[in-house]
Design a protein around this ligand. Structure first.
Ligand SMILES: [Zn+2]
Length: 334
């Protein structure tokens, strides 16, 4: 007993008297009770020495998100996407999984609060959904650094030309490294964009609660496995919670994520999560159909095959009827 007491003391401290309103009102940590105060304060001393009364869990759980609290349907633990049209399932499931990969953030709440909503920051408001040193550099570089980047790509392309048996100095290829470098930077310009700038406040409280769909959005992206394009169409639907997003923003969000190195499954999911995150609608559904050049031009060479991915969140995930309405409206459910 003493041992478990210690363990819970370090993980889920009870609200201390000086805690103030926030902690006390939001969560009932009833299981530990007041007998733990002394121990809490001890623990506090070792970790956050300056404020003995401050709830220690705030040190280890900074990202606890208020958006996880309210309208989450509490009873269901795992939502299962049952869309029949997908070749690649589990997009929606990734969301709770992502949450599960952050056990340190919510050790004890995870059983109480289950939300289909993506935990922040799945969506990169600063344009860094898969942050790496390179992404950050690219976002913030000045002109001189840009030049250096361009030259490095050019050198690489020149090497590539040599390696495939070409003469990079023949007339037709002379400017190819430069052209390719610029093209590649364009194909991946999404790394320099971010959701916040794109949405730019274009969210309107319209009291609208019916399904909104933008379909047949042309998408050009780059397969991250082969660095060749995959192209197709994306359909985005959502059911607002009063607020609607400027309709042109949906293709732009799709464009931002498409202009990165991608796999189609993740692209679909990222767009859905982004719309969910910025708009907080009742649900989002994204379906993408596309043709992968890496499949068409090489490998299995199935030139007519289409890959369909989908990601449904919120009410689209919960309600088959809503999902089917969406699918029939975009013409996939035929
Ligand atoms: Zn590929």
């Amino acid at each position: 007993m003493a041992r478990s007491d210690t363990a819970s003391g370090s993980e889920s401290p009870a609200p201390t008297p000086v805690n103030g309103e926030r902690n006390g009102s939001k969560k009932n940590k009833t299981r530990n009770g007041s007998k733990k105060h002394a121990r809490d304060n001890e623990t506090n001393g070792s970790i956050g020495p300056s404020h003995p009364g401050e709830r220690r869990s705030s040190v280890s759980k900074p990202a606890r998100d208020f958006r996880d609290m309210p309208e989450a349907p509490p009873p269901k633990k795992k939502k299962r996407k049952t869309s029949t049209t997908t070749t690649k399932p589990d997009n929606a499931l990734v969301i709770p999984t992502t949450k599960d990969t952050l056990p340190a953030l919510q050790p004890e709440e995870s059983t109480e609060q289950v939300s289909t909503r993506s935990p922040s920051p799945v969506i990169d408001f600063d344009g860094l959904s898969r942050p790496s040193l390179g992404t950050r550099k690219r976002l913030e570089e000045d002109d001189a650094q840009k030049e250096i980047r361009l030259n490095r790509i050019k050198d690489a392309v020149r090497t590539l030309l040599e390696c495939v048996g070409e003469d990079p100095d023949r007339e037709g290829l002379l400017a190819t490294p430069d052209r390719y470098a610029k093209a590649m930077l364009y194909f991946t310009k999404g790394y320099q964009e971010n959701v916040r700038d794109i949405v730019n406040g274009a969210i309107f409280q319209e009291g609208h609660n019916e399904m909104v769909i933008v379909k047949d959005i042309e998408v050009f992206s780059m397969c991250e496995h082969h660095l060749v394009p995959f192209t197709g169409k994306m359909h985005i639907g959502y059911i607002p919670s009063n607020a609607v997003i400027g309709i042109s923003k949906l293709p732009r969000i799709a464009e931002m994520f498409a202009r990165r190195l991608q796999v189609q499954e993740r692209l679909t999911k990222e767009v859905a999560n982004a719309v969910m995150e910025v708009l907080k609608p009742q649900g989002v559904a994204v379906v993408m159909e596309s043709s992968h050049l890496c499949m068409v031009m090489r490998g299995v060479q199935k030139t007519t095959s289409t890959t369909i991915t989908s990601c449904v969140i919120g009410c689209f995930e919960r309600k088959e009827k809503t999902r089917n309405e969406f699918l029939s409206l975009i013409g996939v459910n035929r």
